[in-house]
Write a protein that binds this ligand. Structure first.
Ligand code: KG4
Ligand code: ZN
Length: 347
């Protein structure tokens, strides 16, 4: 079967085509197309994502992105057996563009439509062999998923595909949002995560003069809070003189410390959840899981951790397609599908 997937939850317009051969027990996946029309240049210009602006870009990008995907995959409309679309969570105006586009296609092509949860897709992309560097043990249940993106930071217990319990989440800013806001404070570009990660590499961090807080690191729950870290960065930065604020040494040290503060909290809470729930695998997903230092430290701390290749950690429609495949029996009449900005993966 061939699945066409559409993802517009934030500022990337993604369309992918996934082919599935073989039988249910040993499916053979082939990514025929993975097209992303990125709005990163607009984000750079305006210093972030503005939902109405992002919505207009999706409207402009969807038709050409679809044409490119079909051409690249070398398939015709009539070859598509299922359409999968992200219907939440995300930016409401952006989600609606994708959902309405998918509904139009489903109606016009007379193809079944399935709605996909964006958080679940950040997790399930790890079940696509091409998306990951396989671990020796593979994915075993129960598993703990840590989804860390620009909009979300959640620790989720997976009993199996489709059975999720949110153990904890951020009470304010998401980890990616913290990277982005801290970068802005330091006068760096957007998105902040990749830039902070790149600059952080340039310091050996010794001696470290800057020490930032690790909010909620010792609390007994599985929740996070990153807005205090951002505020600490702001106050620390404001106290520096202009020359220091621009100095390479200061900026690189600051980046390394911001990154480490975020990683420390993520690792500590993940360790706690893994112990408490006797998890056999840790699954990472979301844009922040593309962070090289985070990956390295998770690999050092856990025996069986899996994460997508960096280009599939950030938003894409391949993950929407594989999630649509796992839930292919749950198609809904296209008239009934709605965008839901606050959609939750579990209780
Ligand atoms: O999953 P994603 O593409 O979109 C959302 O669903 O939000 O995540 C985007 C977030 C941004 O905040 C970005 O700064 C962060 O992921 N990000 C990173 C890295 N690459 C992207 N954060 C840290 N290190 C990276 N290498
Ligand atoms: Zn995402």
């Amino acid at each position: 079967m061939k699945i066409l997937a559409i993802e517009t939850s934030c500022d990337d317009t993604g369309i992918a085509i996934l082919e599935i051969l073989g039988d249910k027990k040993s499916p053979d996946f082939k990514i025929l197309a993975n097209i992303i029309a990125s709005q990163v240049e607009i984000g750079k210009k305006y210093g972030g994502v503005y939902p109405m602006m992002a919505k207009r870009e999706h409207e402009k990008n969807l038709v050409p992105t679809l044409q490119t995907a079909l051409r690249e995959a070398n398939v015709l409309e009539k070859d598509i057996n299922l359409i999968a679309v992200t219907n939440g969570p995300g930016l409401e105006p952006c989600l609606w563009v994708g959902v309405n586009f998918a509904k139009d296609l489903a109606k016009k092509w007379n193809v079944p439509l399935i709605q996909v949860n964006h958080i679940e897709s950040h997790i399930l992309v790890n079940f696509l062999p091409q998306a990951v560097i396989p671990t020796k043990a593979g994915i075993q249940f129960p598993a703990i998923a840590l989804v860390v993106s620009g909009g979300h930071t959640q620790l989720i217990l997976l009993k199996k595909i489709g059975s999720y319990k949110i153990l904890g989440e951020t009470r304010d800013d998401a980890a990616g949002e913290c990277f982005d806001k801290c970068a802005k404070i330091l006068g760096l570009s957007y998105p902040g995560g990749p830039i902070i990660s790149k600059l952080a590499k340039k310091t050996d961090r010794l001696p470290m003069s800057i020490q930032l807080p690790r909010p909620m690191i010792n609390t007994k729950d599985y929740d996070f809070s990153f807005s205090g870290l951002k505020t600490a960065v702001l106050y620390y930065h404001q106290k520096q003189d202009k020359k220091t604020q621009k100095s390479k040494k200061y900026i690189t040290e600051m980046c390394a410390e911001i990154q480490q503060a975020i990683i420390d909290v993520l690792i500590k809470k993940t360790i706690k959840s893994v112990k408490d729930y006797k998890a056999k695998t840790i699954i990472l997903g979301g844009g922040v899981s593309a962070n090289a230092e985070l990956r390295k430290q998770f690999l050092e701390k856990f025996e069986n951790v899996i994460f997508p290749k960096p280009e599939l950690s950030t938003d894409n429609a391949v993950m929407t397609a594989i999630t649509g495949y796992f839930h292919r029996k749950k198609t809904v009449a296209w008239e009934k599908i709605q965008a839901d900005a606050n959609l939750r993966i579990g209780k």
